[in-house]
Write a protein that binds this ligand. Structure first.
Ligand SMILES: Cc1cc2nc3c(=O)[nH]c(=O)nc-3n(C[C@H](O)[C@H](O)[C@H](O)COP(=O)(O)O)c2cc1C
Length: 328
């Protein structure tokens, strides 16, 4: 097994779970780690929210042993706030602090944060230096190909981040204007990898073992990171891990999928911040429908998933879905 080292943090070179707000919460990260994700990142956390001690924001920072190695990801536009936020993050003992310079969402970029920092390299560098000065753990940055097709600057931006002291970089091969449309550009990841000495994590459109291997082979990246392809499919991490460990991978049958769906819902129910069944089940609905996606009769079950109210409802739904598969 090969490893990549980000600062002093040793990570298996298999596949990491991407940060995904409102999806990759603690339950999701624990599940994916159990299925072999080699590294996880929190949902993005507002630096200002942390500094003003917003309770919900602080909850996002909790790191449990099962999710390690794990980064807390922060976003903001002000070096001083980012520095204070990093200090607060350190109380949660993350393995890494990641800075978001890739988020394309208007609410974030209109406040000069996320991908907007790709238009202000000097400020981006100041933020890295400020966070580094207090973090005591490796500091990484996640960014995109550029702001738009007219301003693709990932390579210069990466060099600047390295000079400012970043310990590793994650690049998603799309511009901010593309949001999630079109295809992620692997060539830009290759160019970034060739331009810097620090580890580079390649991200965008990995949806199978084959495309993960293609990410490694076509870009030379040090680590591959998977987001959306893990929806209802933590198994993708096991498949990739088995490949690198040279062990047999047994794909899940439908029974296994339903079992893991219920286990995932249990993990959501166990999270203290989802402290009542109704709230947790609301969160569980989209995940339930993702576990069924692509299987026989899934479309008809979508509405049922979105009306789940209790764990017992989910158990009944899983049984009904299995029955349907047997009768098809
Ligand atoms: C629902 C959703 C939420 C996301 N939230 C974050 C986030 O909080 N921080 C971040 O850096 N990227 C975020 N991303 C971007 C992903 O980390 C990743 O870069 C992107 O989905 C491309 O990878 P994929 O093709 O494997 O999904 C989010 C993506 C999605 C779909």
């Amino acid at each position: 097994m090969e490893y990549v080292k980000i600062g002093n943090v040793k990570i298996k070179k298999t596949a990491a779970l991407a940060p995904m707000a409102s999806v990759a919460d603690r339950a999701y990260r624990i599940l994916c780690s159990e299925y072999g994700a080699c590294y996880t990142v929190s949902e993005l956390v507002s630096a200002k929210g942390l500094c003003y001690s917003d309770k919900k924001t602080a909850e996002l920072c909790t790191v449990t042993e099962k999710e390690r190695p794990m980064a807390i990801q922060i976003f903001g536009d002000d070096p001083e706030f980012m520095k204070s936020a990093a200090e607060i993050c350190m109380k949660y003992s993350p393995d890494i602090i990641d800075i978001n310079m890739g988020c394309p969402v208007p609410k974030v970029v209109n406040n000069n944060s996320g991908c907007a920092l790709m238009k202000d390299s000097q400020r981006a560098a100041e933020i890295v230096r400020a966070v580094k000065s207090v973090s005591g753990v490796p500091v990484t940055v996640k960014f995109r190909k550029g702001w738009s097709s007219n301003s693709v600057n990932a390579v210069e931006f990466a060099e600047m981040l390295e000079n400012a002291g970043a310990d590793a970089l994650t690049i998603h091969g799309r511009t901010k204007d593309q949001m999630y449309s079109g295809k992620a550009d692997r060539n830009i990841i290759k160019m970034v990898k060739q331009a810097v000495k620090i580890p580079v994590i390649g991200n965008g459109d990995i949806d199978s073992l084959e495309s993960c291997l293609d990410m490694y082979n076509s870009t030379g990246c040090d680590l591959a990171m998977i987001g959306r392809a893990s929806y209802g499919n933590p198994f993708i991490f096991r498949e990739i891990e088995c490949y690198f460990e040279n062990t047999e991978y047994i794909p899940p049958d439908i029974e296994k999928r339903m079992e893991i769906m219920l286990y995932h819902i249990k993990l959501i129910l166990q999270q203290p911040e989802k402290n009542n069944e109704q709230r947790a089940m609301k969160e569980a609905r989209k995940h339930a429908s993702w576990y069924m996606k692509g299987l026989y009769g899934a479309a008809a079950f979508r509405a049922k998933c979105y009306s789940l109210e209790t764990y017992a409802d989910a158990q009944r739904l899983a049984e009904e879905f299995l029955q349907l598969q047997q009768n098809k």
